[in-house]
Design a protein around this ligand. Sequence first.
Ligand code: AMP
Length: 420
Amino acid sequence: MKVLVVNAGSSSLKYQLIDSDTEVVFARGICERIGQEGSEIDHRQLIKGVRYQKEMPMSNHADAMRIVVDMLTDPAFGCIGSMAEIDAVGHRVVHGGPFFVESVLVSPEVIKELEGCRDFAPLHTEAHLMGIKACLEVMPQVPEVLVFDTAFHRTMPEEAYFYPVSYDMYEKYKIRRYGAHGTSHRYVSGVMQDILAKAGKTKDTKIVTCHLGNGSSISAIRDGKVIDTSMGFTPLDGIEMGTRCGSIDPAIVTYIMDKKGFTPDRMNEYMNKECGFLGITGYNDARDIERAILAGPNAPPDPDNPRPDYYRARLCFSILHYQIKKYIGAYAAAMNGLDAIVFTAGIGENNPRLREEVCSGLSFLGIEIDKEANDRAVRQPNVLKLSTDTSKVFVYMIPTNEEIVIARDTAKIVSELGKK
Ligand code: AMP
């Protein structure tokens, strides 16, 4: 089955055309600045290895979708003869709120329920609705499936998802831990479980998955089910991130609002966009921070390639390493043991120093890192073992692949449809 995987943002639309049987990716691309000046498409056809980049007017997501279909069916840059070859569309959806616990087929009722998720992730939900409606407009005959980032976390027990605010907050406003990046945690933990099974560990598997990117979350996964995760009611919770503060004393929120005269919206913007790496160092990209640390405290300034202050950069990463270590330790306690740690996403897949720092601080768990293997694991497309053969805990770098999970779920739901 050919599945078009769509990830709609407020002014962007990412896509991949995947054969769900062979899991071959035929094409992928992104439409950016939708509804703005200078909108453009960057399309790659991966079988022929050709790329097409062009500025094209796109006043909304439906325009972008039409251009995507034109690209996919283009004789030179496309990979299918006609739109009729697209069997299904699978959408990535950031927040399923209290309504969605698994992937679903789009229907008018489902769209209504998704509209009810606006409160939990306003910008994302609006963008997803635009993406879904664009597909309905451009390919009305093609079934659409929604795959939620929160769904994999719905197995958490009460003690992990319940916040000790008053009970009515849960009843009235559905305040609880939902988590995020669930599709990524699901993919990498699934790969890790297969590796554990090959090593003879099939029962009571205990895995901690660290999705470390611009947004970061850590999950505890026991026997394939999430029992806790670091992101909470929203993706602001948990560890320090590119621009998000993660968990802080809740009293700081009202204190800053009072001192700075911030409204709730402004405070929300501050915590989401002006904190984390950016707030501490002035840079939100982990590569810039790494560069400053590697340059050392005495390196002369480089006007052509400015970098963060060394001490701030070190502080920023010390906080990060410390927080990751604390989560892994806490989750090992929550699961009463640990079989494997997985590192994934931009930082997890590409920053050996961070992985070494975190793991060397966990030697009491019997974790041993293979330094050479760890150092080699940068920009590698394959799963790599980072622990030594004598390590009591497996440590792996597993490149995440949320699109494959979306394509698999979509194909499963749509093929069931054909059987009815
Ligand atoms: P993501 O949100 O998964 O795309 O991850 C983005 C983060 O990963 C940014 O902070 C990047 O600096 C970091 N990152 C991406 N590629 C690399 C790389 N090759 N080396 C170090 N960090 C990287």
